[in-house]
Design a binder for this molecule. Sequence first.
Ligand code: M6P
Ligand code: ZN
Length: 195
Amino acid sequence: MTSYATPPISPFLLTLDASNATLEPQGSTLVRRMSDLGGLFADVPAWERAVADGDPIVYTVVSSPVPEIPRELPQSVTTIHPGTIGGEFWMTKGHQHPDPQGEIYLGLGGCGGLLLFDGERTEWLEITPGVVGYIPPGWAHRSVNIGDEPYRFLAVYPGSAGHDYGWVLKHGMGLRARKSDSQVELVPFTPTELG
Ligand code: M6P
Ligand code: ZN
């Protein structure tokens, strides 16, 4: 048998209820409210009004019990609720992996966009139930709900990958996803938005 510095967890079955976004067994749950998304939407006054007006839950991330440590392969189900701020679709904070590793997203419900940015190039992939989006190493990633119902997806990623949110605040994500006549309009970040 291989010997490890940190012993892997034991094999187990994970039951996924896609319509309710529950996992059994279930680990931790992360709740992100509008106030957690400071500095991310272009329309700051509209974001401030939303925070003052009930500070709604924008998305939740339910994780399996697999820990975020090297060699493990954690999974989570994210649910982004529908909405816009100043015309920009509700979205995740977005992050870069400090340890450049790939990740996959499997659409479970609703309709979403996967925005990818490597510092120079941007990609926009639309994710519907049954579709897998592949995030290659080195690409920061953000998910966007572009529909009128909750957008849910399963993420599977290496436990050593980590989450660098400062990278996105500094570099942006290349594009913003806006609602325009029930369509998605992708608009570039302006240079003045970036610190
Ligand atoms: C997916 C995965 C998670 C991530 C979550 C929310 O479930 O990529 O690792 O935490 O989306 O995204 P963020 O961390 O950018 O808020
Ligand atoms: Zn990631």
